[in-house]
Design a protein around this ligand. Sequence first.
Ligand SMILES: Cc1cc2nc3c(=O)[nH]c(=O)nc-3n(C[C@H](O)[C@H](O)[C@H](O)COP(=O)(O)OP(=O)(O)OC[C@H]3O[C@@H](n4cnc5c(N)ncnc54)[C@H](O)[C@@H]3O)c2cc1C
Length: 613
Amino acid sequence: MAPLGEGSDDPVLPDLPRGPLHAARARASFPWKELALFWEGPDMLRFKKNIFSALENDPLFAHPPGSLSLEKYRELNFLRCKRVFEYDFLRVEDLLGNPLRVLALIQCLGMYDWSLATKFFLHTLTFGSAIYSSGSERHFKYLPKIFNMEIFGCFALTEVSHGSNTKAMRTTAHYDPTTEELIIHSPDFEAAKFWVGNLGKTATHAVVFAQLYTPGGQCHGLHPFVVQIRDPKTLLPMPGVMVGDIGRKLGQNGLDNGFAMFHKVRIPRQDLLNRSGDITPEGTYVTHVKDARQHFSESLGSLSSGRVAIAGMSVVNLKLAVSIALRFSATRRQFGPTDEEEVPVLEYPMQQWRLLPYLAAAYALDHFSKSLFLDLVELQQGLLGKDRSARQAELGREIHALASAGKPLASWTAQRGIQECREACGGHGYLAMNRLGDLRDDNDPNCTYEGDNNVLLQQTSNYLLGLLVRRDQDGARIESPLKTVDFLEAYPNLLGHGFEASSPEDCLDSSESERKHVVCQLQEVSAVPAVPLPRSLELWTQELCCAPAIRKHARAASSVFPVGALISARSNKVKTFSGAKNANKIHLTKGAWHPTLTVGSPQPAVRLQGIRS
Ligand SMILES: Cc1cc2nc3c(=O)[nH]c(=O)nc-3n(C[C@H](O)[C@H](O)[C@H](O)COP(=O)(O)OP(=O)(O)OC[C@H]3O[C@@H](n4cnc5c(N)ncnc54)[C@H](O)[C@@H]3O)c2cc1C
């Protein structure tokens, strides 16, 4: 068999059909197949192709003509989700070999329809991994049932009255030692679980977060419990559970978001997910966790994986939108030197300035989300191996801070990128069949679920300010396992340096020090309680998330390697993509806000654009 990428009949990377885009593609300065192989690797390309082929050839996934009713769409989405399980794309042994396949599967499903991807994701990753990572051996009985869809799950944290303030959730779980049961109860309508994906029509089980009370009335804080919602055979609600669909949303309407109220629903004591705390049969609360703060973060630890995945999902939306807009722009002709000879709008620098930064951002964020996902896998392996080392604890804090900043960065970049792409396609961008409206609507909740972006950024700022406090109070060095904050050790000395650059190449390094300088400056003002934080939070976000990913390859990009250096996402090492036919045509570079991919442009390679205002 010929290696991937060779020959026009390669089933994974076949030649593209000749069409209106042929002329633009023929002018490319690099072989696209080599770039695809370099970026993804042959195994991942085959894996994705396998998924796409299965969906393409299965009539269940054919897009029906016209719009579907809400009921029909949700029903179809469930059937499709079931079929995805039947295809068995993810085998455990494959997962261990390449955990990025989980992310890739969700992303491929999302490229097809985000309602399907989120349905699958909530059941397997959010519900399944909440049980796996917050529970213990006694809960592993649920795992095979999840993977053969004997049960169908959801993650029920948010209530009508509270989302961001998770500590304030009001659902209760009182322990009754006489029957060794927990009594799950919603005190009133405001404590009803709300917004929960899969709960509307299909969930049979939920991981429900509730305040745990032991006999005598002592509250031990928020804990997760497995609660049966419906009978898996009839889908009728269990006694004491009032459950329903919350109705039409702005997007992702194939997904049944729902509400639930519990009226003294009894569950076995064993269905408390007990990684951070447990109850003895007599009703004594036991925990290895030292303080309430650590307990709280352990209880909600499963949220980090959702945030990392959402960063990757946002990147997919950006990729889709940018592909649509660039292809359109390469063929759409307006004006020209003569009336007969009009120019593709992509030739106009303004169109390039609008779209190419988002193309570059898609590459940088794609790498960032994959490498953060692999860091998360390392963290979870440590948790499962019961690693209680200081490094493991620090890694958990750093990943939490990165995920809390990375989700906002990726979802907001996608949100703005999709809108720019929509406008870059003119009127045709507004036609529903061109999908930019769906992408905009389906990406939008990425800014809200698993933590509102604005609120999440405050968690990252807490982490950063905490490092300063530890240094000032205990003399601790500022360093972290992934080294994303080590530069802050130079604070406040960094503030003494100005920004100096005499060439675009200088800018590549200098803008990095400039960014560090700005972050330190903001750290300084943020330490004063009266000064508001939001702008500093945004900058930290960019520094923490974008910079580490971009820094690794941007430094090597531009002049050193004529084609730019790209990172192998899997090895997390800088690699050079040297397949260009024509040197100096592509530089992967960075800017103060987001990276810029310049294509044969006479403009300086670096764009020193200010912070997002
Ligand atoms: C499509 C969708 C699917 C969802 N799926 C699920 C699910 O499966 N399971 C689940 O449990 N939940 C789910 N949610 C709920 C989601 O997690 C919450 O909506 C989210 O956490 C935000 O909480 P909230 O809606 O209560 O907003 P609020 O917390 O009420 O926030 C409202 C506004 O106040 C601001 N704000 C809040 N606190 C502060 C503060 N301290 N400082 C400054 N500003 C602040 C926020 O930035 C926001 O702009 C889903 C939501 C959506 C939209």
